[in-house]
Design a protein around this ligand. Sequence first.
Ligand SMILES: C[S@@+](CC[C@H](N)C(=O)[O-])C[C@H]1O[C@@H](n2cnc3c(N)ncnc32)[C@H](O)[C@@H]1O
Ligand code: SF4
Length: 336
Amino acid sequence: MTSFPVKRPLALDLTAAQFAALPRGRHAIAYRDLFSPHADLPTATRRWAEEQGFDLRALTLRSRERGARSQKVLFALRDGVAVESVLIRRHDGYTACISSQVGCAFACRFCASGQAGLKRNLSAGEIVEQVVRLGPRVNRIVFMGIGEPLNNYENVLKAIRILRDRQGMDFPSSGITLSTIGIPKGLKALREEHLAINLTISLHATTDESRAALIPGSRKHGVAEVVARALSWAERHNRDVTFVYLVLPGINDSRADLERLVAMFSGQRARINLMRWNPVAGIRLGRTEDRVLALFRERLVRAGIPVVVRDTQGRDISAACGQLWLRDLNGRALAA
Ligand SMILES: C[S@@+](CC[C@H](N)C(=O)[O-])C[C@H]1O[C@@H](n2cnc3c(N)ncnc32)[C@H](O)[C@@H]1O
Ligand code: SF4
């Protein structure tokens, strides 16, 4: 039987205010010391953690797979499951693609991450730690790993606040992108936050019927409501919102779908990312034809809607969008 370490509170779950409220003790350290690169955590920080009864880290690196421009990292959690995160090299820095939950409740037909359902939420500290562990060169963060960030609203928002705190990592909000299927209640709350992050909505359908078939967990959320809530966020924050549309042959790639997209987004604060499906073991979906992508792109351009055809990095090591699995400690993918 595997035994797991007794869990103590995680220091990375502390906001700067919570940290400041702790008794000073003999080993006083600065808030930013909590975020030191993992390999050389200073002795003073380790002594502080002992004295205060905190764990400095909750993730154990189980494996690292290197591809042409990305690395996929498997992190074991303290309760026997493991989540994947991805580090992607760009020409001007590195992007950390991080997970927000242990599994996902939404069971999207095209995605690996929801195949085993939702086990639990990640804590704010576990989210922050993925960024810390992916290294100091990270200058962009995308919530595009495992899980639905708005289904773990409190912890995700707390993690963003910790990452941004000037006294800690001081990560710029403009470098943070939250990707969501668009839970209306979460979008309503996000609209009221004073946070200049980027928002991406995984739309993938233009009718309630086809969206419910693709994203069974979002059956209750109508397309019109999701789009309206996202555009209201854009209006309030005076920035564009990106809608991602995975073009799936025979499912959402008809002329009528295209015209509905045009009607929905003409003249709005919206951009569209057209995407190809990244293959996932055990899921049978057709290959998106370049011809169809080009047709969608041209029509949207003609309608004056900003559009790009996006390919996600990391396919060579199965680390692209939707290819991350919840795993056991030996790296075996978990499915329902
Ligand atoms: C894995 S999700 C995580 C964030 C959030 N749950 C969401 O759905 O936006 C990140 C992005 O990957 C997309 N995605 C999922 N499976 C995919 C696949 N097999 N190929 C391409 N994109 C995929 C999602 O639609 C979403 O835009
Ligand atoms: S695409 Fe996003 S919401 Fe859907 S199963 Fe994957 S992680 Fe969950």
